[in-house]
Design a protein around this ligand. Structure first.
Ligand code: GDP
Length: 346
C-alpha cells in the first residue's frame, strides 16, 4: 500500500513537472508577435510536432497568430537538385534584406518523407543569409509531422508572418507533389531551370511548368551565358503553347546568375509587377481565398484521419472494411459510408 502511495505521488510530481515544462501558449504567441526568434523556432517545433498533445498546442498557437498573418509576400521557389536553389535563395534573400525586407526561408522536402534524409536540408546552406539579423531560415519539417510536411510548413509560414517577416520564400525540389503544396500556399511561383544542350524542356513535368509565374534560367555566367539565353528563348516559345493562367498573368522567362548576383533585380521587378497587377485585378485576393478553402479541405481530411487513428474501434472497423473492399465483398463507396456512419455515432 505504501509503495502504491509513493508511486502515485511520483506520478503526480511527474505530471506537474511536465505541465511546467509545457510552454504557455499565450505567452509564446506574444513573444512571437514581438519578433522573438527563439520563440518563433519553438512555435515552429510545436507545429511540426508528432505528438497529439503537441497538435492541440500547435492548434491553439496558430489560432492566436492567424489574425496577425497574411500580410507578407509569399514566394514559392522550385527546381531540380543542383539547379542552384540554395545559391539563388542566399543571393536573392540578401538582396531582399538589403532592400529592407525581413525574409523567412522555409522548405518542403518530400525526400525527407521516404528516406528520413533530406535533399534540401542536410548541407550547410545559405550561410551569409542565415547570419543576417533580418533573415530566418528553417529546414523542411520531418515527414512524421501530423498532417504532413506541407501543413507544418504552411503553419510555420503563418508564425513567421506573425513574427513580422514580410517576405516568405518557400523552397521545394522540382520532383512532383510538393510543388502543388507550395503552389497552394504562395502568391508567386518561381521555377529555376538549367540551360542544357537541347534538353531544355525535359526533366521537369509539364504540370510544374504550368504552375510557374516565372522561369529563371540559372547559372547564366561565364561560358554558360549563351546557352542560358538560348534556353530562355526556348522556354519563351514553349510557354506560348500553354493555356493562359486563370489569374490573367502571363508567365515570364528570364535568366540570372546567383553567383554573380546578376538578374536578381529583374526577378524582383517581375514579382512586384505580378503583385501589383493581381492586387488591382482582385486575382490575388481570390487566389488567397481559394488557398484558404484548399487548406480547410486538407484540415478536414487530416482531422478525420487523426480521429480514426485515435479511436481503436473505428480503426478496427476500417481494417475490416479494407479487407472487404479488397476482396470485392463491398464497394469502396459503401465501405466509406459505413465508416462515416460509425463516426457520426462516436
Ligand atoms: P540546389 O541543389 O538546387 O540547392 O543547388 P545549389 O545552390 O547547391 O547549387 C548547385 C551547384 O551549382 C553548386 O556547385 C553551386 O556553386 C553552383 N551554382 C549555383 N548557382 C550558380 C551560378 O549562378 N553560377 C554558377 N556558375 N554556378 C552556380
Amino acid at each position: 500500500m505504501k509503495s502504491e502511495e509513493k508511486a502515485k505521488q511520483q506520478a503526480i510530481e511527474r505530471l506537474k513537472a511536465s505541465r511546467k515544462a509545457m510552454p504557455d501558449i499565450r505567452e509564446l504567441a506574444n513573444q512571437i508577435l514581438a519578433g522573438n526568434l527563439k520563440a518563433l523556432s519553438q512555435g515552429i517545433t510545436l507545429v511540426e510536432s508528432i505528438e497529439a498533445s503537441g497538435y492541440q498546442q500547435a492548434f491553439e498557437l496558430t489560432e492566436l497568430l492567424y489574425p496577425h498573418s497574411g500580410k507578407a509576400h509569399r514566394l514559392g521557389i522550385t527546381g531540380v537538385p543542383g539547379v542552384g536553389k540554395s545559391t539563388f535563395i542566399e543571393a536573392f534573400g540578401l538582396y531582399l534584406v538589403e532592400k529592407g525586407h525581413k525574409v523567412a526561408v522555409l522548405a518542403i522536402d518530400p525526400s525527407s518523407q521516404k528516406t528520413g534524409g533530406s535533399i534540401l536540408g542536410d548541407k550547410t546552406r545559405m550561410e551569409q543569409l542565415s547570419r543576417h539579423k533580418n533573415a530566418f531560415i528553417r529546414p523542411s519539417p520531418a515527414a512524421e509531422s501530423l498532417g504532413g510536411v506541407a501543413r507544418a510548413t504552411r503553419e510555420a509560414m503563418i508564425l513567421c508572418e506573425a513574427a513580422g517577416f514580410d517576405m516568405i520564400l518557400i523552397e521545394t525540389v522540382g520532383v512532383g507533389q510538393s510543388e502543388t503544396a507550395v503552389h497552394s500556399m504562395t502568391d508567386f511561383f518561381l521555377l529555376l531551370m538549367l540551360a542544357g544542350a537541347g534538353d531544355e524542356l525535359q526533366g521537369i513535368k509539364r504540370g510544374i511548368m504550368e504552375m510557374a509565374d516565372a522561369i529563371a534560367i540559372t547559372k547564366a555566367d561565364g561560358d554558360n551565358v549563351r546557352k542560358a539565353k538560348q534556353a530562355e528563348q526556348a522556354y519563351k516559345n514553349a510557354l506560348h503553347l500553354f493555356p493562359p493562367q486563370e489569374d490573367g498573368w502571363i508567365p515570364r522567362v528570364t535568366s540570372c546568375s546567383a553567383l554573380h548576383h546578376e538578374g536578381l533585380e529583374h526577378i524582383y521587378e517581375l514579382f512586384e509587377e505580378h503583385h501589383r497587377k493581381l492586387t488591382i485585378s482582385g486575382a490575388l485576393a481570390r487566389k488567397r481565398e481559394q488557398q484558404s478553402i484548399y487548406w480547410f479541405h486538407t484540415a478536414l481530411s487530416d482531422l478525420w484521419r487523426a480521429h480514426l487513428l485515435g479511436n481503436e474501434t473505428l480503426r478496427q472497423q476500417q481494417k475490416q472494411l479494407e479487407q472487404e473492399v479488397g476482396s470485392g465483398h463491398k464497394s469502396p463507396f459503401a465501405a466509406a459510408q459505413e465508416l462515416i456512419k460509425s463516426l457520426q455515432q462516436t
